[in-house]
Ligand binder design. Structure first.
Ligand SMILES: *[C@@H]1O[C@H](CO)[C@@H](O)[C@H](O)[C@H]1NC(C)=O
Length: 435
């Protein structure tokens, strides 16, 4: 098998968003990863009084075409935890009745080219931080308790599954106000030579302070481990999205009281690396049982927009008995877009016909025109349902320009999830009108 490793690694590098685009010649700031500092109780309290005091947001004005990102790296200087990449937004709208008036975002990123323990990063993951907003459009970073302003770091334990890098997959608000973060992370085990961090698995952390400080549950062990050797998800399980029972209640094929998780993995095979989604169910959000998978994989045609399979996804109940999935996919040339699938039970997923698109699944959302901030790639969709009757669906996503300045976070809206996504967001202020 050794002989196949070279080509495999080259194929690994062929998927730009996931595996190649983030290894750059850039002076790393190892300090950003050195010994994450955990603050003590009194310090946390003093931080808490200032935490949600937003930092001024300064969006870079480099991109010249179209709307701007809603959160871009670098505006806080090179020592901030996400100075290089701000990626994979997870967004909770204000919670009625929970005394929570602001929009909250958690996202992952990093400041340099290295992960913890000196590992070379091949994803924009690394650490997790947070931001808040009055309207979900204009965001301010929030200073977390860890070094560089982060709020969740790789484990400091030797041998931990997630001691090299972590990323946020989803955050859910429990009825008692506690937040749970479903995260994924990789450790030092090299399932592929020279690629520590590749064997990603899913863990769970809790926050009692609104998402600023986090404590690992289940003793820091994965709550969803990678599959047994030979199974479709043996390489890694990552990018979890989680629906609570009140969210799955309207889905006809999901039994009452079940939590639902969507995740994805990848396999090597003919035609390179292919991505596919899996699913799992739970009675309590902690102990999960996987459905036989994959539940959605590569499309049949080699020339289709999603020929290489299904990557990061977001799932949402449509209210008509079905679940929608917006999924990031890539074609044989490495071009990314976001498409649509639907399911009545979370296991049998069908690519949907999309207005104006010829292929099953769409796409419904694509990269921007030349010169725009997302001209090279779009990905990691995160759907937020309308917060009021007649309101807009929102899609938070990550993008990067062909000038490759690092990942930024963008926003699109539509009145109907299946089509009509329109990029909105950090529009530069209009020049003063009149005299
Ligand atoms: C909130 O609910 C979760 C899940 O049942 C539980 O683990 C946690 O201890 C609760 N937190 C508080 C502060 O009651």
């Amino acid at each position: 098998m050794t002989a196949s490793r070279g080509p495999r690694l080259r194929r690994l590098a062929a998927w730009p968003l996931l595996f190649a685009a983030f290894v750059r010649t850039w002076t790393p700031t190892p300090a950003a990863f050195a010994a994450p500092r955990t603050v003590q109780g009194s310090e946390v309290r003093s931080l808490q009084s200032s935490v949600w005091a937003p930092r001024a947001s300064r969006l870079p004005r480099r991109a010249t075409v179209g709307v701007q990102p809603v959160l871009a790296p670098g505006s806080e200087g090179p020592t901030w935890w996400d100075a290089r990449n701000s990626a994979s937004p997870v967004v909770l709208p204000p919670a009625d009745g929970a005394g929570e008036s602001k929009w909250r975002m958690w996202y992952y990123g990093r400041a340099g080219t290295l992960w913890a323990r000196g590992a070379e990063a091949f994803l924009p993951t690394g650490r997790v931080g947070t931001a808040c907003s009055e309207d979900g459009i204009s965001w301010s970073r929030v200073n977390g308790p860890l070094s560089g302003g982060a709020c969740f770091d790789p484990s400091s334990e030797d041998g931990a599954f997630d001691n090299v890098h972590v990323g946020v997959g989803d955050v859910v608000r429990l009825p008692n106000g506690t937040l749970w973060m479903y995260y994924f992370g990789g450790g030092e085990e090299e399932v592929m030579p020279g690629k520590p961090g590749l064997k990603m698995q899913i863990g769970l952390a809790a926050s009692g302070d609104g998402g600023l400080s986090w404590e690992r549950l289940k003793g820091g062990e994965p709550i969803l481990p990678a599959g047994e050797p030979g199974s479709f998800d043996a390489l890694f399980v990552a990018w979890p999205r989680v629906l609570q029972p009140w969210e799955t209640a309207s889905v006809t094929g999901i039994p009452d009281g079940k939590w639902y998780m969507s995740y994805h993995t990848a396999q090597f095979g003919e035609g390179g690396m292919k991505w596919s989604a899996g699913a799992a169910f739970s009675d309590d959000g902690v102990a999960w049982e996987k459905a036989p998978g994959p539940v959605l994989g590569p499309s049949d045609g080699a020339d289709l927009w999603d020929a290489q399979g299904v990557g990061v996804r977001s799932v949402a109940p449509l209210g008509d008995g079905k679940l929608a999935m917006l999924y990031e996919a890539v074609d044989a040339q490495g071009d990314h877009a976001v498409g649509l699938a639907e399911s009545s039970d979370g296991v049998k997923w069908l690519r949907q016909e999309v207005p104006g698109a010829s292929a099953p699944g769409g796409p419904v959302f694509a990269k921007g025109a030349s010169g725009s901030w997302d001209s090279r790639v779009v990905g990691t969709p995160y759907v937020v349902r309308p917060t009021e009757a007649g309101g807009a669906w929102r899609l938070y996503y990550v993008g990067e320009s062909t000038a490759k300045k690092g990942m930024s976070i963008g926003l699109a809206e539509t009145s109907e999830l299946r089509s009509g996504w329109r990029k909105v967001g950090g529009v530069p202020p209009a020049p003063p009108s009149g005299g």
